[in-house]
Write a protein that binds this ligand. Sequence first.
Ligand code: SF4
Length: 397
Amino acid sequence: APASVGIDPTIVRRKTRAVPVGDVFIGGGHPVAVQSMINEDTLDIEGAVAGIRRLHEIGCEIMRVTVPSMAHAKAMEEIRDRLIKTYQNVPLVADVHHNGMKIALEAAKYVDNVRINPGLYVFEKPKSDRTEYTSAEFNEIGEKIRETLKPLVISLRDQNKSIRIGVNHGSLAERMLFTYGDTPEGMVESALEFIRICESLDFYNIEISLKASRVPVMIAANRLMVKRMDELGMDYPLHLGVTEAGDGEYGRIKSTAGIGTLLAQGIGDTIRVSLTEAPEKEIPVCYSILQALGLRRTMVEYVACPSCGRTLFNLEEVLHKVRSATDHLTGLNIAVMGCIVNGPGEMADADYGYVGKQPGYIALYRGREEIKRVPEVDGVEELINLIKADGRWIDPQ
Ligand code: SF4
């Protein structure tokens, strides 16, 4: 028997606590949340509101905005107000790029989650000899970070909001760099240092991200983070992403390789695909990764053969036609096969099949049963008629 018999293909997700970001939860068995970041300037209120709305309408569930100054933090109040008045409340995350606590504290009043980067909390005096930091030095610096971070942590805790401890491989603090090197260990220790501070202040609405532009580093860091959290009895959810993935096909492949590998292992509770393209382009990639892994179902699942010498019609053209006619029917599985040589089982148990039968004719299947044979020119229309007859058709909006 094939080796896979008896293996349950369902991905078992790592058990994590549920962390709120507005009305969306990250972890705790909730669907893997899709997020992105607007690229409008936060000071351009109209533009930012429009950008958030545009992204939200196509399925972005959590919106991150950059908050580099006090003026930007204050602008978040108006952005939040406008969203509520003209659209709806959307989960917002403020990205605070330095250890200016006043800015983070102001933003924390209007957003649901504040993202901080531990690499920017540098209290150490530069060491010219690049020696490791001792635990005494770590403790001393840790105390300074705790004092700095405390008001923000307390504010988020008291409002039942959340924090993202977002470590970047490219921006580790010197103490981590000299002690652990430019490594996944350094990234994990950075996150742990901040987790411990939050915990010491009785705050547990924590989400972690460990991002790198090199996929193997990002994968190793997240796996190590999970291992360390398991050892320490921590169950914080993870946000996955490959930074600076670039654009086009390779940007999508890099993101999928990094995010998909971890998700397949059950690791990851929210994802962002970072592309050097309009943020709208990121959302379908996120949903495609989640659907391909069977983690979320938001689109029609198409099964199509690659075509070969036996193919009885122009597969690429027909698949395109079938897709444009049916891609709004979320939840259906539709197969388009050049021939039936290997039997209907090849259609991966699709709900409907469009299969080459003989030159000029195709067969329509419902599950594994052939329903009728029709001239190829009428194929797509007859497929729609069959779906309609089964009561599974809805008109496109
Ligand atoms: Fe070729 Fe038929 Fe297989 Fe398609 S299903 S690749 S046409 S043998």
